[in-house]
Design a protein around this ligand. Structure first.
Ligand SMILES: NC(=O)C1=CN([C@@H]2O[C@H](COP(=O)(O)OP(=O)(O)OC[C@H]3O[C@@H](n4cnc5c(N)ncnc54)[C@H](OP(=O)(O)O)[C@@H]3O)[C@@H](O)[C@H]2O)C=CC1
Ligand SMILES: CCCCCCCCCCCCCCCC(=O)[C@@H](N)CO
Length: 332
């Protein structure tokens, strides 16, 4: 019996080794490549644009506010590595009308050539209790975070398929790997990206197009500052688990993974554990990644149960505190 189990494991590892060269993509050369970054005028997107520009890429920044775009363009341009590089700005709402998005991408391709890498980073967040959230928010977040990633991707994919090359990055969130208190509207819009990415990757792999899903933790950007103004205490306390990161730190990791064609991109020890734990049926892009998932999954699930216990106790304590302060108010 033991022999069979051992033989099975050995055969499995061998199989993994055998198929892995087929699935490890060739890294994308950023030097001279055209990279489109939605949400490129601020926060994580701007840092991703800078990271690509530093490696010699031509950049198209996509966002709504034109002043912010121009300011970001000037910032990015400071990191030029040769005098041919260009930063193009396009102002469009990526979530409202597909034809508009298609048109601006067409214009960008006419000016800077076919898109080699698309980074879907534009997005927004609100945290609040399910029954207190305005109902429109659920729709808005799906439109901006989900459809706002579908549209630009649709607009570049045909040319990528024809050229048999390309990279698509979806910026999800750690809240796209686990559902948390306060994120009933936000989390689903980020989980959706994972489903899109997995399906798209299976379709695109024969065309040498690689999809990356990035799962940032809390990152120090204008969005986080805005979100914190109305974040429930529970959400704050739970999110503190994986700390607050700097946008340039997370951007570096995401660009590296996208260039290598890794499906999953995470930051920090909690990010690593979450990704291994939630890998499900997502594609593997290296032998080490596959082996690590096999070996660590049980251990990480055990650790996760402790985390879940502590999250439950945060929620319970906050509820008791609220009720106590309510009764105190009444007796005053
Ligand atoms: N910061 C964080 O803690 C985390 C962020 N993320 C995700 O990372 C991504 C970037 O976040 P972050 O950098 O913090 O956000 P910022 O608010 O700092 O930047 C968002 C960018 O997206 C653009 N944008 C927003 N809505 C639209 C739209 N409808 N059409 C076109 N452009 C749009 C903004 O420009 P403009 O408003 O001018 O259009 C801006 O350039 C988001 O998807 C977010 O969900 C994930 C996990 C953690
Ligand atoms: C082995 C298991 C390990 C489990 C670790 C769990 C860690 C949970 C922390 C979740 C943090 C959520 C950040 C969301 C950020 C975000 O998307 C918004 N800030 C956007 O503005």
């Amino acid at each position: 019996m033991l022999l069979i189990v051992v033989a099975f494991i050995v055969a499995f590892v061998l199989l993994l080794y055998m198929i892995s060269p087929l699935i490890s993509p060739k890294p994308l050369k950023l030097n001279g490549a055209h990279v489109v970054v939605t949400g490129g005028s601020g926060g994580i997107g701007k840092c991703i644009a800078i990271e690509c520009y530093r490696q010699g890429a031509f950049i198209t920044l996509v966002a709504r506010d034109e002043d912010k775009l121009l300011k970001a363009k000037k910032e990015v341009e400071q990191f030029a590595v040769n005098d041919k590089q260009v930063v193009l700005c396009v102002s469009v709402d990526i979530s409202s009308d597909y034809t508009q998005v298609e048109n601006v991408i067409k214009q960008a391709q006419e000016k800077l050539g076919p898109v080699d890498m698309l980074v879907n980073c534009a997005g927004t967040a609100v945290a609040g209790k399910f029954e207190e959230m305005e109902v429109e928010r659920f729709k808005e977040l799906m439109e901006v975070n989900y459809l706002g990633s579908v549209y630009p991707t649709r607009a570049v994919i045909t040319t990528m398929k024809e050229r048999r090359m390309g990279r698509i990055v979806f910026v999800s969130s750690q809240a796209g790997q686990i559902g948390l208190f306060g994120y009933t509207a936000y989390s689903p819009s980020k989980f959706a990206l994972r489903g899109l990415a997995e399906s798209l990757q299976m379709e695109m792999k024969p065309y040498n197009i690689y999809v990356t899903v990035a799962f940032p933790p809390d990152t120090d950007t204008p969005l986080l500052a805005e979100e914190n103004k109305s974040k429930p205490l529970e959400t704050k306390l739970i999110s503190e688990t994986s700390g607050v990161w700097q946008p340039d730190q997370v951007a570096k990791v995401f660009v590296k993974d996208a260039v290598q064609g890794n499906f999953n991109s995470s930051v920090g020890p909690d990010g690593y554990m979450l990704s291994a734990l939630t890998c499900g049926m997502s594609p593997v892009t290296s032998i080490t990644e596959g082996l690590q998932q096999i070996v660590t999954m049980g251990l990480f699930r055990t650790i996760a149960l402790f985390y879940l216990g502590s999250f439950d106790s945060i929620v319970r304590r906050c509820m008791i505190q609220r009720e106590q302060s309510k009764t105190a108010d009444k007796t005053e």
